[in-house]
Design a protein around this ligand. Structure first.
Ligand SMILES: [Zn+2]
Ligand SMILES: [Zn+2]
Length: 280
């Protein structure tokens, strides 16, 4: 794909599905891999948001783009549910000496290391985390406390989700992307925090797992609806809304209907789809 040069931020979707992959006919127009989003600054610094099964394709693409040269990857995790981690054992940069993978998450180093090791431990996976060829680092992030990744300023914020989760607001040269997946509306403090970080963002990537009817049967499961995502987009005055973390029961046709209904409330709405690239 030709790229405007230089985009302040390029966002590419490698996995857009919630809960579990859907490698099935009728689902692949939108995409079957679970959460993984690449955010790239004009200088090439790459921030990866979550490591669902989409991370596998991203890892190969990063390796190909580097042409054999060592590189650094910054990987910010929203939380540790499987659909946000399951691609990690298949993330090629972890297996190459000279690469460094930095993990950012809102927990202490010991806990984060334990979680990463646990996911790849015997008998779940044959290669232990501590035997990976790449160098790895863990970095604790804190609510509302911005950190720098190359030219990007990244601000983590808590969202309402069982066992906790964080979103990230990424800004460079006035371009703002908000990544807010795996949250449920209805917690006033979290809702207000989400509106505040989203205010005026160019791009809001929002959980939209359920229809309003489905939500009534799944209260407390930690996800929101396309309707609330459009409310947030309107209230925060964002430039564009991408519906994300699609329910594994929603095929392409269902998601197109959801998109059309969402557009009737907030016109600049699209579905996050695998392979979609957005330039800011
Ligand atoms: Zn999830
Ligand atoms: Zn989750």
């Amino acid at each position: 794909m030709s790229r405007p040069d230089p985009a302040r931020l390029t966002v590419r979707f490698w996995g857009v599905r919630g809960s579990i992959p859907t490698p099935e006919d009728g689902f692949l127009g939108v995409g079957g891999n679970t959460s993984c989003v690449e955010v790239r600054a004009a200088d090439g610094t790459t921030l990866v948001l979550d490591a669902g099964t989409g991370a596998r394709g991203l890892g190969y693409a990063l390796a190909a783009a580097a042409g054999g040269e060592p590189f650094d990857v910054h990987l910010a995790l929203s939380h540790f549910h499987w659909d946000h981690l399951q691609g990690l054992p298949f993330f090629a940069p972890l297996y190459t000496p000279g690469h460094t993978v930095r993990f950012y998450a809102a927990t202490d180093d010991e806990h984060l290391t334990g979680l990463l090791c646990g996911q790849m431990s015997e008998p779940y996976f044959p290669v232990p985390f501590h035997e990976l060829a790449a160098a790895t680092e863990t970095i604790r992030v804190r609510d509302g406390d911005p950190f720098e990744v190359g030219p990007m300023t990244v601000r983590p914020f808590p969202v309402n989700h069982p066992q906790g989760a964080h979103g990230y607001r990424i800004e460079v040269d006035g371009a703002v992307v908000v990544y807010a997946t795996d949250y449920e509306h209805g917690s006033p403090a979290h809702d207000e925090g989400l509106r505040e970080v989203s205010r005026g963002a160019d791009l809001l990537i929002s959980d939209a797992q359920y229809t309003p009817d489905e939500y009534e049967l799944r209260r407390g499961w930690g996800h929101t609806t396309w309707e609330h995502a459009t409310d947030l987009a309107l209230e925060a005055g964002v430039g564009r809304l991408l519906l994300f973390h699609h329910d594994p029961s929603h095929d392409d046709a269902t998601l197109e209907r959801i998109r059309d209904r969402a557009r009737s409330r907030f016109e600049a709405t699209d579905l996050a789809t695998e392979g979609l690239e957005i330039f800011l």
